[in-house]
Design a protein around this ligand. Structure first.
Ligand SMILES: Cc1ncc(COP(=O)(O)O)c(C=O)c1O
Length: 456
């Protein structure tokens, strides 16, 4: 992949995938603010009639005549790539998706049966403890000890790992702080920084062969003054599917510790390991680990994740609690019960499903082969392959659109993750039979792309 220097990423981010969502500067708002200009009669009418005379678009601040300005924090945050892909899919017919990071299975049947029995209990409809249901937290502490060897961590249950990440950014970073991530990065983590005003995002490169982060670069960047506040990695990675070996993560941790930076490790794909590789976690007073129920237990829509944070870090919990209390208050109670019951099914239940993904991965690696063997990477863990498009395809979103419209298959453009000219292919969302059908389309599309280009 392209070497991604911090300078390039800071000053000239990957090209936007679609026209910017920045609102047009409205003549109404400027005439409103400038007393020397004659007032817009339509505005006067609205003032008389009140805001109910506004159109829905205007109320959102996106249309003509809005008095109010949208926050720069939000406006300058990247648009969510999955929403763009969903729009693309809505416009096309009969498209198979290898785009979204999902799994095809449902939560454990035994857990679903138990949920049915408690749905009408009054406690399910009330708020619960901000930190999470006590019985779930207890089960998670036990799971963290037994499976992840984390013994000095406390736990907070969140509405998924994405909300956990936003909680952490708000708890650990101030607007204006610098933070570190590595490209290709998880797009939602990048957006979490952007929308909280942490816009000094230093993006390091990953090795073009292994997709492992450039730790020598990290060593240099952590000597900056002021020191970056936080370093984050996903292991195994989204979108790369690469797995950071323990000695490398330990070195990253040591560098962060020495510099006084937080290290946030997103373990959303802890169970999605292949070819005999074993997931691990590391623990220290500057390390925070994130987890999710979404993929492991097929619980994407139930919104449950959790944060394992260092018990000994002074004030951590008190500050985290303020953020939690203002965003979800607590994760959905019924979702937390399902999580608790799913834990009873345990890792064996997950592994049984994950092992079948190996076939999907194989089928899709083959489908990507027109791009050349050396251009297809990842898939050591998680549910992703990361593939380089031919050199003349720097507009990866155009390729994605073409693949969907002409060949009926959707993938994610790499530029959403700071990797323009690449695509991310997910092998978790379809059963083997459907994966084969989608793979056939992908192969045909890529073969045509390589030999003839994007013929409409
Ligand atoms: C690395 C990573 N973190 C977090 C999430 C979001 O997980 P959740 O559904 O728990 O919010 C995803 C989902 O794709 C992910 O890939």
């Amino acid at each position: 992949m392209h070497a991604t220097t911090p300078e390039r990423q800071e000053k000239g981010r990957a090209p936007a995938l679609a026209p910017s969502t920045k609102p047009p500067s409205t003549s109404a708002s400027s005439s409103c603010c400038n007393p020397r200009e004659a007032p817009d009669p339509a505005l006067l009418l609205r003032t008389v009639l009140g805001s109910s005379a506004w159109t829905a678009g205007e109320r959102r601040g996106g249309g003509m005549g809005s008095f109010a300005k949208l926050a720069r924090r939000a406006v300058e945050t990247d648009a969510p790539v999955m929403v763009k892909i969903q729009e693309l899919l809505r416009g096309a017919t009969n498209v198979m998706s290898l785009a979204q990071g999902v799994v095809y299975w449902q939560p454990p049947e035994s857990a679903m049966n138990k949920i049915e029995k408690i749905i009408r209990e009054p406690a399910v409809s009330k708020y619960g403890s901000d930190d999470g249901l006590p019985e779930l937290r207890e089960a998670l502490l036990e799971k963290l000890r037994r499976e992840n060897k984390l013994t000095k961590s406390s736990v907070m249950v969140t509405a998924g790992a994405n909300q956990a990440f936003v909680n952490l950014v708000l708890t650990l970073c101030d607007a204006g702080d610098s933070v570190v991530m590595f490209a290709p990065y998880y797009f939602n983590a990048y957006m979490s920084f952007q929308m909280t005003g942490v816009t000094n995002i230093l993006v390091g490169a990953c090795d073009s062969k292994t997709l492992h982060p450039d730790v020598d670069w990290l060593e240099r960047i952590l000597k900056q003054d002021p020191v970056p506040k936080l370093v984050t990695v996903v292991n195994p990675g989204n979108p790369s599917g690469a797995f950071i070996p323990r000695p490398m993560l330990e070195r990253i941790s040591d560098l962060c510790k020495k510099a006084g930076a937080w290290l946030v490790v997103d373990n959303t794909y802890e169970y999605f390991m292949y070819d005999g590789m074993e997931h691990y976690c590391i623990e220290d007073k500057h390390i925070v680990n994130l987890f999710s129920f979404s993929k492991a237990y097929g619980m994407m829509g139930w919104r449950v994740g959790y944060i394992a944070f260092p018990s000994e870090a002074d004030g951590f919990h008190d500050q985290l609690l303020k953020v939690q209390d203002n965003i979800p208050i607590c994760a959905s109670i019924i979702g937390q019960h399902l999580a608790l019951y799913s834990l009873e099914a345990g890792p064996e239940w997950i592994k049984e499903r994950v092992k079948d993904l190996v076939k999907n991965r194989e089928v899709l690696v083959e489908a990507l082969s027109p791009l050349g063997e050396d251009n297809v990477k990842g898939g050591e863990g998680a549910i992703y392959l990361w593939a380089k498009l031919p050199d003349n395809c720097s507009d990866d979103f155009e390729v994605v659109r073409w693949l969907a419209n002409k060949h009926g298959v959707a993938v994610i453009p790499g530029s959403a993750s700071g990797g323009p000219g690449y695509i991310r292919v997910s092998f978790g969302g379809l059963k083997e039979e459907d994966t084969r059908l989608a793979a056939e389309r992908l192969r045909r599309g890529l073969q045509e792309l390589v030999t003839d280009g994007m013929i409409q």
